[in-house]
Design a protein around this ligand. Sequence first.
Ligand SMILES: C[S@@+](CC[C@H](N)C(=O)[O-])C[C@H]1O[C@@H](n2cnc3c(N)ncnc32)[C@H](O)[C@@H]1O
Length: 259
Amino acid sequence: MAKIGEEDLVLFFVPSWGRKYLLCIRERPKFSTHKGTFNLEETVGKSFGVRLLSDRGEVGYVLRPTLEDLLMLLPRRTQIMYPKDIGITLLRLGVGRGMRVLEVGTGNGNFTLALSYFVGSEGRVVSLERRADHLSHAKENLARALGCLKNISLVQVEEEIWPFPDGPLFDAAFVDIAEPWKVLPEVLRVCSPGGPIGCICPTYNQLEMTGTEMERSGIVDLDAIEVLYRKILPREGRTRPHQTMVGHTAFLIFGRITS
Ligand SMILES: C[S@@+](CC[C@H](N)C(=O)[O-])C[C@H]1O[C@@H](n2cnc3c(N)ncnc32)[C@H](O)[C@@H]1O
């Protein structure tokens, strides 16, 4: 069983206030909170799941972060794609081991991270981003989460004309930029006919424009959805939905490229 290492990213969970923190023990050997200081250093070499008491008697746990924890807790500089939208997107794009996936709009690197995780070492994720500052922030996040960027290429693009020869170079594509319709000609030029494409749009206006242009571009089997996610409080004798919920993140639209 893997032991907690000083260089590992760990999830530190404090049940009494329900907060989770993503920490590297070498960077934060002592973690101070309003409920006292936790000496994280003393958990190095122990198994994940270990219970730790602060100097004021508060309980915390050192856990192994899941992909979802990383997606929610890595530092953010742009709007991110949330786990509820990432899950169905991976299924609709058929993302699996060995696939070559194109992403447009690296942003924070969140979806890039999920793609990298699921295509595995034999796969490849090529992610295009317009802004150099977003690209370097995403690179930092990805290196922190994955250790290295072996199956990821981050490419800065200035225009909607990409530095690739004619395809098919990619098995699937996903677009997360404000105007997805602008890059459709390039997506079609470099992606395999028959392959899936998806776009994410925060507003109805963007969704309508994207759907219209996808159809005009010969993309078929169009399906636009919104994923609603409601937390439930499971408590003896009084289990019920949480009072608050995320009202809206974005719409998703999927289709298939034709030849
Ligand atoms: C909402 S963010 C993407 C978030 C990302 N999916 C994530 O989960 O972290 C959109 C990004 O697209 C970039 N962008 C906008 N237009 C672009 C274009 N034409 N080509 C490449 N990147 C673009 C923006 O700079 C921004 O970083």
